[in-house]
Design a protein around this ligand. Structure first.
Ligand code: NDP
Length: 282
């Protein structure tokens, strides 16, 4: 039977530390501020934005939400970002993705000042991640590293397999693990012999976006399994990318969904907002 890696517990510990740092900053007259921008009315995005606002309240970060109609033009959105770039009360800017199809996400991300890019999606920050010179940590992968550290799971020399190569999860995850001396394999939809590659992993990270994608035959006995997926099953119930019921008995550690990686992403976002406030106030 696997040990469940408790993301709620670890994220609470991270947020507690952030809260302590916020108090110290406030004593110096610095109030960290986060602007969250939501375009349109995607229900999942709404939930994510609400959770981020709630986390800000918990740790004492000042937060402002901008909810824009789905018909907002790219120029209107970029104008808002430029205004926030110059707003001294705002240290971090988060634009909730995905954006409506008529808006070029890349152009929007590049409009965010690299010093306020708390999601670390801007090319400047992505470049720094490649170099291992982190200003802002990529939220979800950094949250996963925190979970592994909390459980004293060392990635050095381990065979780590990541399913998914997105800019927000798979690619930065590979970089963080590589910088910590793991041997990393990144798989995607064109990968051949996926099950065989996965079944050799000491640590398997699933970031596919497909319910029950990782089945028991794809995991090695005693492996560590990190489930990044947030999906709805056919009954509308929240589930990950891993067929938890059949994988869990085979492995040593596993993250549940919900309550695994999800809360960590937000905790790292809070951490990044503090980093941004410090950077902008020397
Ligand atoms: P993307 O859709 O951007 O990427 C999915 C990746 O999975 C792609 O690289 C794709 O390959 C790969 N893939 C799809 N089908 C297969 C297949 N049959 N075999 C192998 N690889 C496949 O998703 P994200 O990275 O943004 O998110 C992944 C999941 O994680 C989603 O469920 C999302 O909701 C969740 N998520 C959770 C977060 C959290 O905080 N817990 C944060 C961010 C995301 P290819 O590149 O070839 O298309």
């Amino acid at each position: 039977m696997a040990k469940l890696i408790n993301g709620k517990e670890v994220s609470s510990a991270v947020k507690k530390k952030v809260g302590d740092e916020v108090l110290l900053l406030k004593q110096k007259g610095i109030i960290p501020g986060l602007a969250v921008v939501l375009v349109g009315d995607d229900p999942a995005s709404r939930i994510y934005v609400n959770n981020k606002k709630k986390a800000c309240e918990q740790v004492g970060i000042y937060s402002v939400e901008y909810t824009l109609p789905a018909a907002t033009t790219q120029n209107e959105l970029i104008n808002l970002i430029e205004k926030l770039n110059c707003d001294s009360k705002i240290n971090g800017i988060l634009v909730q993705l995905p954006l409506p199809a008529h808006i070029d996400e890349k152009a929007v991300i590049e409009a965010i000042s690299p010093l306020k890019d708390v999601d670390a999606f801007n090319a400047v920050n992505v470049g720094r991640i490649m170099q291992g010179d982190y200003r802002f940590l990529p939220c979800t992968p950094a949250g996963i590293m925190e979970l592994l550290d909390y459980e004293n799971i060392d990635v050095a020399g381990k065979n780590c397999v990541i399913i998914g190569r997105s800019n927000i999860v798979g690619k930065p995850m590979a970089m963080l693990m590589l910088h910590r001396d793991a041997t990393v394999t990144v798989c995607h939809s064109k990968t051949k012999n996926l099950a065989e590659i996965c079944s050799r992993a000491d640590i398997l990270v699933a970031a596919v976006g497909k319910p029950r994608f990782v089945t028991a035959d794809m995991v090695k006995d005693g492996a560590v399994v990190i489930d990044v997926g947030i999906n709805r099953d056919k009954d509308g119930k929240l589930c990950g990318d891993v067929a938890f019921d059949e994988v869990e008995p085979k492995v040593s550690y596993i993250t549940p969904v919900p309550g695994g990686v999800g809360p960590m992403t937000i905790a790292v976002l809070m951490k990044n907002t503090i980093t941004a406030a410090k950077l902008q106030n020397n």
